[in-house]
Unconditional design. Structure first.
Length: 596
């Protein structure tokens, strides 16, 4: 059926259609132009007169190599790829090898399996993209089932973290626990759940950036207060004697600021009384004695406003406080608490707020006070539970414990169920955990010594151009996409809106599984990711069935349409059954209404 070459332009070849038949089943099939070199092309269009194909690579010693060096000539013999060549294109046919991961069946080559190179797939960031209902969650579940249901080549040392926004993977991954060697652990945000572990983050792991995210800081102007609070938290975890001079110094300075701030006397009195009601030491408090020859008055009495509206004894208070000011009182590096609670941090925030400067300006106070209020509502609200950790645990032990089951077995998948917290908080938890993993990976002496794959459902919500960059100077996922690979921290981005992902994130992925998609903006993004996909293949994406993906990247030899097997069990992600719900018990109700 293949006649002679009519034209060759760039990477497109037009052949004569010798049969004159329009055999559409050949679209997507590969043909070989054989002469000195074996040049591989994919058929992209057929008419009665001609067959159009696009050059994709060459077979060198029967191994496929993508990219073009040579072009066919008019004497090349044209034929459809043979069985060995198909395998070379779609990957290993063996479903249990240490090098390849079985993904599903080829859509073009009937009866052939499609496999991805495990090393290339999981050592680089990858993306699973497709409209809602196209089969992303099912594909993720199936990939892990294929990986962990294996009998021979067991990925025992894998560390995979799944951030499950809708809590849909629990069932789908649970059967992994019935295998001999592999385990999946659920860590949930449902505090009433007694079956699974509940999220617990030691508050003393939180760094200034984490706290900024947790408290929804929206301007960099709030960072100094957070940093100061973190420093001051030391004062609330130590015996008072050890930190007395520091506390005295800070309280004395704060009150001196108020006393000399030029405010009205009654305002001064009220503010000082308020500060000293919350923060005091055995040396400085409202009942401290201020001694003068012949008089002993308490600090409170010294703040009295007389009939002329003045605080007559203000100078006495100033002199009293100046005794406690010491410029030498600076924190040294060792003054870090080993552990603290959110309540300690809250106290430190209050203390940081009254310290130098903040009380002088209402505006500055307001910007910063909001953080304190938010921290209070987290510490005292439902989310406070996630930060209640009494013992001290190192980050290394914390992460290793996460990947160990209750029975002490190695756990390969940790599934975070984030379904019980609001979207913003889920986002914060995901970022805090991801930063923790990333920092840990960086801290290891052997680079990539503890490889981690972080799977993000609804990745566009996390890896988007959000305000993080303005407040803390970076988005953790942008950082991981740029630097994570070197340290073995790899992202799996699952999203229905690639156009809403940050540009860095998507362009740093090495492999893509693209399911059905029809939004023009999203299709444009797919086209822009790679040159190796024919325009007709991009067009095909619009009509794919659920569970069929175009897989491409360095784990695949060619872009390949794959029918991914339905997972068993499936995630809890099916559509709501409106038909059943609407008409459930409706019949008897309608009967009742008609009878009355
Ligand atoms: N590989 C598959 N084989 C057969 N059916 C599938 C397959 N994958 C998905 N489906 C069908 O499509 C439905 C939706 O799949 P899934 O929940 O994985 O979509 P999704 O892309 O994750 O959607 P969302 O963006 O809403 O999370 C499934 O309930 C199932 O019926
Ligand atoms: Mg889904």
């Amino acid at each position: 059926m293949f006649g002679s070459i009519k034209s060759v332009t760039d990477d497109i070849i037009i052949l004569e259609n010798a049969s004159g038949k329009v055999e559409t089943t050949l679209i997507g099939v590969h043909i070989v132009f054989e002469e000195k070199y074996k040049i591989v092309c994919e058929i992209t269009a057929i008419s009665r007169d001609s067959i159009e194909c696009i050059m994709v690579g060459e077979f060198i010693d029967n191994i496929f190599s993508s990219g073009l060096i040579h072009k066919p000539t008019h004497t090349s013999k044209v034929r459809i790829v043979n069985r060995e060549e198909v395998i070379s294109l779609v990957g290993s046919q063996n479903i249990d090898t240490p090098t390849d991961l079985y993904l599903g069946k080829s859509l073009i080559y009937d009866g052939f399996n499609v496999s991805a190179n495990i090393d290339n797939l999981f050592s680089n960031h990858f993306a699973i993209i497709g409209n809602t209902g196209s089969g992303k969650s099912c594909s993720v579940a199936r990939i892990f089932q294929n990986l962990f249901y294996r009998k021979e080549n067991i990925p025992y040392n894998a560390n995979i973290v799944l951030f499950d926004v809708y809590g849909e993977y629990h069932n789908a991954l649970d059967r992994i626990n019935q295998t001999k060697y592999c385990r999946c652990k659920n860590i949930t945000t449902d505090i009433k759940n007694i079956r699974d572990d509940v999220v617990k983050i030691p508050p003393y792991y939180l760094e200034a950036d984490d706290i900024a995210l947790l408290l929804n800081a929206d301007t960099p102007a709030q960072m100094p207060l957070i940093e100061k609070a973190l420093k001051y938290v030391y004062l609330f975890t130590e015996e008072e004697d050890k930190v007395l001079d520091f506390k005295n110094n800070i309280i004395a300075k704060a009150i001196l600021d108020i006393l000399t701030g030029g405010k009205a006397s009654t305002q001064i009195r009220d503010q000082v009384t308020a500060v000293l009601s919350t923060f005091y030491t055995k040396d400085i408090n409202l009942e401290s004695k201020i001694v003068q020859p012949g008089y002993v008055r308490t600090l409170r009495q010294c703040l009295n406003v007389d009939q002329t509206g003045k605080i007559n004894t203000i100078q006495l208070v100033i002199e009293f406080l100046e005794n406690y000011i010491s410029e030498e009182n600076v924190f040294d590096r060792n003054m870090k608490p080993t552990k603290y609670t959110l309540r300690d941090l809250y106290n430190a925030f209050e203390f940081a707020l009254i310290s130098e400067g903040v009380l002088k300006s209402d505006k500055v106070y307001d910007i910063n006070n909001i953080l304190k209020v938010r921290l209070d509502s987290i510490a005292n609200g439902d989310y406070g539970y996630y930060f209640e950790v009494d013992e001290y645990i190192t980050k290394e032990d914390y992460i290793k414990k996460m990947f160990t089951s209750a029975k002490g077995e190695k756990t390969q998948i940790v599934n975070f169920n984030l379904n019980y917290v609001d979207e913003r908080f889920a986002k914060t938890l995901t970022k805090i955990y991801s930063k923790l993993f990333f920092d840990y990976a960086i801290s290891l002496e052997s680079r990539g010594g503890y490889p981690l794959q972080l799977m993000l459902e609804e990745a566009h919500r996390y890896v988007q151009n959000d305000n993080d960059i303005n407040v803390i100077g970076y988005n953790i996922f942008d950082r991981i996409t740029k630097e994570g690979r070197k340290y073995g921290v790899v992202l799996g981005l699952i999203t229905q809106r690639p156009s809403e992902l940050s540009n860095t994130a998507l362009s740093q992925c090495s492999n893509y599984l693209v399911l059905r998609m029809f939004h023009p903006e999203d299709l444009k993004i797919i086209k822009s990711i790679t040159h190796s996909i024919a325009a007709s293949d991009v067009e095909k994406l619009k009509t794919l069935r659920p569970g069929v993906a175009l897989c491409f990247g360095n784990a695949f030899n060619i872009p390949v349409f794959t029918k991914i097997d339905k997972p068993d069990p499936t995630p809890n992600s099916s559509n709501a059954h409106i038909g059943t719900q609407w008409f459930r018990k409706a019949e008897s109700k309608i009967k009742d209404i008609n009878q009355n």
